[in-house]
Design a protein around this ligand. Sequence first.
Ligand code: ADP
Ligand code: MG
Length: 577
Amino acid sequence: MIHHRVKGHVVGDKFREILNQADRENRTYLVEHECKEILEGMGISTTGHLVARSEDEAAEISNTIRYPVVLKIVSPDVVHKSDADGVKLNLKNEEEVRRTYRDIVSAFRYQRVMGVSVQKMARPGIEAIIGVTRDPSFGRVLMFGLGGVFVEVLKDVTFRILPVTEKDVTDMIEEIKGYPLLKGYRGHAVDIPALKQLLLKISDLVTKFPEIKELDLNPVFLYPSGNMVVDARMFIGEFTEEATVKSDKAQNLHGLFYPDSIAVFGASNSEGKLGYNVFRNLLFHQFKGRLYPINPKSEYVQGIKAYKRITEVGEPVDLAIVVVPADAVPQVVEDCCKIGVRFIVVETAGFAETGEDGKKVQAKIKKIIEQSCCRVLGPNCSGVINTHHNMVQSIGLIGELGKGNIGLIAQAGVYAAGILTGLRHIMDFGIVATIGNKMDISETDILEYLGEDDHIDVIAMYMEDVKSGRRFIDVANRVTKKKPIIVLKSGRTEAGKKAVSSHTSSLAGDDQINSAAFRQSGIIRARNNEHMFDLTKAFAKQPIPRSDGVLVITYSGSLGVAATDMLHLNGMRRPLN
Ligand code: ADP
Ligand code: MG
């Protein structure tokens, strides 16, 4: 059964009726005339949704809507109607309609025929394609492109995460390579305001009806005045919560970055052990708060009094760092929750990333923290660094660090260890947070926090996958208004798991969706590590430029000309003044 959320509304009622019909016929998609009826209910122009079940009916409809008309096969077995020779254009009179009706019925006699669609023949226009598909991390996305060779050969399409704003649809239209064709050449032009309205209505439609999983409007004819949907198809399914769920324990992460006291589980006296490094880093960088090594075998760790269990500390502990073996972690987390530790940084590896056993342990931890108010960073990470709080939790020994205004969020621990070691002479960081398996605290939570932290002016992110993509976009959208965000996204989402059904789906590469999502939220996407850190350093050293112009300073005119040429070749320009 398919569930419905809209009640008492005309479009809602019609939609439900059509869905129920599809449900009875075990269809997971809607055919052209059904889609067009829904679209018309949204105030979208189409070539019509009437279906004839007999020759007489076809003639009658044709006489009413006026010639020329188009007949099309309506069958659950025919996906590409024109490939199957099921589209007959430009029928000029009743006789042609009757003959064509008989031809279609006879040609498709071995298929299930629901009827023959009789519709207006649309005036030629510029062909566009509009679609909706799903992305595993961002949920549903809107696609727009020009039809024919533009989409098939040039793949000239653009995406945005749904729902879209007016600015988003403006950007989409202006972004495609074929935009000059829409803007007009030699007097031809397309009604761009009407096109924007159409895109916004599609966004409204799928927002209103989460049962619409994918959609293809292919083609839509664009005119100097208005537009017309010529063909439509939708894939439907059970309504599932999209990747927008907000963390229900959303709370300020300030305490994660500025704790007054830290317990370190697994803090060690043996050089070379990770538990040695983590504790060494805290001491070496002169963490100002209280430190409690937790180690059942030593009385002192690196000169600091140790405790067998955290429950013996007898004072409040703000944050715990965990470097004990994976199977010991659930007990540790339980103890921490018991004494009211707010943040637990699990640096230990060997959890969900290693297979089933690790996943089980991770699930166990999740269960424990669900019943308390503590939050977990990691597992499988290299902790947090906050130079403004003299706090370095890395698993690799880190030399002296300057105090800077750069925030860095990284899925991989190496960014707070090896990479940082190389970078610390080149640029100064404020906060570095590694998130590892992000079983609880995600990149978005940290991004939201860094957006508010006054020590941070620019944020760099290295990520492999995005959790709750829609929330990430919303948060990034807010943060980029104040601080630049530069993202290096590597690795690919599991494209294979996505059921490719619509044409739109087949055009939607995961990476294209990522780029679209970043653009939509004002994020700058870096090509590689070098690019990311170059951009970050540049932004860290100057106020945010007010325009996209580049100032060239040189003592030689010819070098100025050469520099200007290079700017142009790379899509930049000198400031307009
Ligand atoms: P399919 O995509 O299933 O093959 P379409 O309904 O898109 O079938 O029809 C194929 C092509 O025929 C369209 O791309 C369009 O160029 C043309 N066409 C279809 N319907 C009409 C119409 N009502 N008016 C004008 N042209 C049409
Ligand atoms: Mg089509």
